[in-house]
Design a protein around this ligand. Sequence first.
Ligand code: HPV
Length: 320
Amino acid sequence: MSKNVLLLETVADDALQMLKEASDMNILTGYDEASLQSQIQNNRIDAIITRGKGQVRDSLMQQLPELKVISRCGVGLDNIDVSHATKRGIKVVNAPNSNADTIAEHTIALLLMLQRNLYNAVTMVKENRWADRGTYIGDETHGKTLGIIGMGNIGKKVAKIATALGMNVVYWSSNKENVPYTFLEFDVLLKTSDSISLHLPLTSKTENLIDVSALSKMKPTALVINTARGGIIDQNELFNALKAKKIAGFAADVLALEPPDKNDPLVPLENVLITAHLGSLTKTTYTKMCTMTVENTLAILRDEAPMANCIFNREKLGIG
Ligand SMILES: O=C(O)C(=O)COP(=O)(O)O
């Protein structure tokens, strides 16, 4: 009997093609609430494939008694209730390490743009204001201290590039890692870093980790970079700190609310630079994240072996 795979969001063309070519699979799409409800009511669902927006909460899982696997084309699992999926014996699959290089590149690009004031400098030329070039002189990263919060796959890549730029890398992580960088206590890192870059998942432990107290410990010249998840920072307090110049600048690819409210006061600040959650959205990485995920989903549905480490809740499910 064919298996039904429900897509909550679009996936890369190559990944969709793989699904289309799988003669033992039916593709169903539930890109909006109405179509999702209709698919659920009319079909048995064996697998869900989503990216970062599709919410897979327990209320959805309880309507899908045959669901065997929830797959995330990407890494972050904050849109999936992993704990309830595990309780229900559902495998949660992601694409570990698939986007570390491209997100590390994006992080360093944001850091350089902010540090060198390039985002303002480029606009200045487009506005025919060459003569204003002294206004946006910025500073170099060489010789500065970069504090990395979260030394996982992405943190390690950022550290490597930053080292090549001549930065002094220090880090804080929930576990000390076997890396050639100095581990600092959280507060010490906040106090000593010239720029601080976040590389943590969003969980109940990391939500609002960068709160008013953390912000108050940073240098007035500090730059904060966030390519992880918006919810790790208390955005109101961040706005207050930036507006009052208690820290110098903020560059991010993520916000607590995406897209932001059109009146969000953070976005237009002069010392703020934001891209629209496209850190992993390069042609190569988008395709890799999606094809890897589809391949593993198909393997699981066919009772074949998926790639090692792709089942996030493997240990909790007791499957080694
Ligand atoms: O893999 C992740 O966690 C990402 O943030 C990638 O971006 P996405 O959420 O898929 O748009």
